[in-house]
Design a protein around this ligand. Structure first.
Ligand SMILES: *Cc1c(COP(=O)(O)O)cnc(C)c1O
Length: 384
């Protein structure tokens, strides 16, 4: 059996080696390392793929979130509601801009932000909601957009983990994750579903005026050379990364399908296990159906309900199976983000998830032998 990896970027590279190497070689020949034609071409390709009017490439996903918030004109003291159960980058940029992060609990089955909890957290100071499409599946965007409309709030989608996922509204419209809110932000960190070979990120919007503002902010607040109209940042996607991403984008749907296939195999093997809860997919498909396109499984995350999660992590390590706990400490308990307004009772789901979640190896190169070994090892340990 091939060595099992949490993410197998080397294996994936073998399948696209020629395209990627050629694309990189072209950049080397032209020396257009920054803002070259490849960046523009990738921007156009991604606009088409996502069905959005504007993609603004930038240096990483964290910058994408920060620049989105800057572009919307959020001011110090404005409250921004986001999920307690996410990667720290989401809340970090809110705090960095001196906005007030307001963390709320998530649902125990989809791991995504709880709509009733958002509603309870809205105050006259609330200006935006940042849903995080955690592990590869959209938050309840119908409900979030309705709340935003009712309370006149911006919606900034943290789409770092869900690029390629589809969201079907109750009225039947299908949209790409990240293209639904006022603005979306994504990451091309190598292990993300559309990963560069270095850092990268992008912001999406259908708002022409906002897109214009964002394009200036990423470039030192310049709209005209050496005229700085607003305080900006330096956040660029470099041409080599754009060339890699442009070679990989046509494969994204195939990559998503491979992840779903692996997820289906995992979930079938774990069906009926008393101490395991498999991830739930939404949008009309309960469980892992064969035609599911709503979940792109950035992570395949189980809940281990018998209190043996940490022992299982250790056991898997000994058996040569890497795994991850995303996320072991809720953000409201992190030193940097504590706030006296938080009550533990308001975070019962996140607190429990932090004790139960376990993410198994998930990538485009998993084979049946590896999945069989992983599932048998997990089941064997939990039934010991
Ligand atoms: C990866 C990630 C980010 C940050 O992306 P970087 O490119 O690493 O800056 C933000 N939010 C979430 C949910 C992520 O998973």
């Amino acid at each position: 059996m091939r060595k099992i990896q949490m993410v197998d970027l080397g294996g994936q590279y073998q399948g696209i080696k020629e395209q990627v190497n050629d694309a990189i070689a072209t950049i080397m020949e032209t020396s257009a390392f920054i803002n070259g034609p490849e960046v523009h071409a990738f921007q156009k390709d991604l606009e088409t793929y996502l069905g959005v009017q504007h993609v603004i490439p930038c240096a990483n996903g964290t910058d994408a979130l920060q620049i989105a918030m800057m572009g919307l004109g959020l001011q110090p003291g404005d409250e921004v509601i986001t999920a307690d159960f996410t990667f720290a980058a989401t809340v970090e940029v809110i705090a960095l801009l001196q906005l007030t992060p307001v963390l709320v609990d998530v649902y125990p089955d989809t791991f995504n932000i709880d709509i009733a909890a958002i509603e309870r957290a809205i105050t006259p100071k609330t200006k935006a909601i940042v849903p995080v499409h955690l592990f590869g599946q959209c938050a309840d965007m119908d409900a979030i957009m309705a709340l935003a409309k009712k309370h006149d709030l911006f919606v900034i989608e943290d789409n770092a983990q869900a690029i390629g996922a589809n969201y079907t509204s109750k009225n039947g419209t299908k949209q790409k994750a990240g293209a639904i809110g006022h603005v979306g932000a994504t990451s091309f960190f190598p292990s993300k579903n559309l990963g560069a070979y270095g850092d990268g990120g992008a912001i999406f919007t259908n708002d022409d005026a906002l897109a214009h503002t964002l394009r200036g902010i990423v470039n030192h607040g310049m709209y005209e050379r050496y005229h700085h109209d607003v305080v900006g940042v330096n956040s660029r996607l470099d041409s080599i990364q754009a060339a890699v991403l442009r070679a990989k984008l046509p494969k994204l749907d195939e990559y998503c399908n491979k992840r779903r296939e692996a997820a289906r195999k995992y979930s079938k093997a774990f069906a009926g296990q008393p101490h395991i809860v498999v991830p739930k997919t939404v949008n009309g498909c309960e469980g892992i159906c064969d035609s599911c396109d709503c979940h792109v499984f950035h992570q395949y995350t189980l809940k281990i309900t018998n209190g043996k999660r940490d022992a299982l992590v250790k056991h898997l390590g000994e058996k040569g199976i890497p795994c991850g706990v995303y996320y072991p400490i809720p953000l409201h308990r992190q030193k940097a983000y504590r706030d006296e307004r938080y009550r533990e009772a308001d975070f019962s789901v996140t607190n429990e998830l932090s004790q139960q979640v376990l993410s198994l190896p998930m990538h485009t190169e998993l084979d049946d032998e590896q999945i069989g070994y992983i599932t048998a090892t997990v089941i064997g340990f939990l039934n010991e």
